[in-house]
Design a protein around this ligand. Structure first.
Ligand code: ACO
Length: 376
């Protein structure tokens, strides 16, 4: 064959950009039914879990498949090395980077190895809130607060942030948020964790990768942007014009749209119920509900063939504001909640492992060769 004329073999296998609609595995952890707006953890509907269970019970359910009548998961103390690593970070560090750093140091000092275990899943899920609370204090020049063994994760996290007794209503609302955020099928961060696990790498590495994926604004970074969006809109009367302008500029409305859900995201519905039960969110919530109605109408006009509905991040913003968290901690608080799901997927991947390694269609130059004078 003449130089420069060889072409790659034609690969006409189907390709779906972003792997949309591609089945990339099997799971018994959660059913995400996008067409009908249903989410179930091991068969239990999310609304039922939010109303009648705790995050500790849900985490055990995700890890073991068994429903525990009761469960207690308290925040775990940090080692000296993890604390020192957080202390050495610049105060301007993104909280997701701080969390990833803490998990990485934990992995370096405990060498969790392969295969991963339920004990490691419990340990990491319990460590993460302590690490994030410690960093949130250190960046303000405050000393970290030791975790309390008598409190469940959400209450313990709030206590360590503020060094104060947790408000029971706020702790319950955050626990409900943790349940809603615990698991969601093969989303980008969970898939990342499974790809890493499939190489027989350890749980800490998998969770560091997952945190990196969750950091992006198209995945876990949206709720803080929902707050900015609503602050910019300001009043329900200003919403229609603001949204028209944003869509005309080709911008996305944060808190709307989802890769899987074509119906209303059941997590948004569950969180809206939680937010409505919180006394201190009333004014913000009124604005959010009014803007949501207008946004849904505008999105339906813009994309009549692709239903764009409210996603979990929209009402996440209301709940996390209501419990008193600063917006820049929203994505990393989502990461705390998702630890149960990530680690459950690591365990499931371990149990029936196969290296995840898809093919890619080559679309680059045909075979060619360096100019003769390039040699030497
Ligand atoms: N606002 C306006 N238009 C939107 C939005 C939105 N929120 N979401 C999707 N679209 C439009 C896109 O512009 C695109 O239009 P086009 O075909 O005319 O170019 C079409 O819908 C399809 O968009 P894709 O990006 O291909 O859809 P995908 O399934 O990949 O996107 C995603 C899902 C990333 C969540 C998207 O809806 C989005 O960016 N939403 C805003 C960010 C957000 O809320 N993220 C949180 C998601 S929930 C979570 O990760 C936990």
């Amino acid at each position: 064959m003449e130089q420069g004329t060889a072409t790659a073999p034609i690969d006409d296998r189907p390709y779906s950009p972003g792997l949309e609609g591609v089945l990339a595995g099997e799971t018994s952890i959660a059913l995400v039914d996008g067409a009908n707006g249903r989410l179930m953890y091991r068969g239990y509907p999310i609304v039922e879990l939010v109303r009648r269970s705790t995050y500790a019970q849900v985490a055990e359910l995700l890890w073991t498949g068994m429903w525990p009548a009761s469960a207690h998961l308290a925040c775990a103390p940090l080692s000296k090395r993890v604390t020192e690593a957080l202390r050495n970070l610049p105060a301007s560090t993104h909280p997701m980077d701080a969390l990833r750093t803490a998990i990485s140091v934990w992995g370096a000092e405990t060498s969790p190895g392969w295969p991963s275990t339920v004990e490691q899943a419990r340990a990491l899920t319990a460590l993460a809130p302590t690490a994030l609370a410690a960093f949130a204090r250190l960046r303000q020049g405050l000393e970290p607060v030791a975790p309390r063994a008598d409190l469940q994760l959400a209450a313990g996290f709030l206590t360590m942030l503020d060094d104060a007794e947790p408000d029971p209503a706020a702790a319950r609302a955050l626990d409900a948020y943790f349940i809603v955020g615990a698991e969601h099928g093969f989303n980008a961060s969970t898939f990342t964790a499974r790809v890493i696990t499939a190489t027989r790498s350890d749980m800490a590495s998998a969770i560091c990768g997952a945190i990196g994926a969750l950091k992006g604004p198209l995945h876990g970074g949206a709720p803080a942007e929902v707050v900015n969006q609503l602050n910019e809109i300001g009043t329900p009367e200003a919403a229609a014009a603001w949204i028209d302008d944003a869509l005309a500029r080709g911008e996305r409305l944060m808190g709307f749209g989802h890769r899987v859900y074509r119906a209303y995201d059941p997590r948004a519905a569950a969180l809206r119920e939680v937010a409505e039960g919180m006394g201190n969110t009333a004014e913000w919530l009124r604005l959010a509900v009014a803007v949501e109605d207008i946004a849904l109408r505008k999105l339906a006009e813009k994309s009549p063939d692709r239903p764009l509905k409210t996603n979990v991040e929209y009402y996440t913003a209301a709940v996390l504001q209501g419990v008193g968290l600063p917006p820049d901690l929203f994505p990393s608080t989502f990461a705390l909640a998702r630890h149960a799901g990530w680690t459950a997927h690591v365990l499931e991947q371990n149990a029936a492992n196969k290296l995840i390694r898809p093919d890619v269609r080559y679309i680059g130059p045909a075979e060619r060769h360096l100019p003769v004078e390039a040699a030497g």
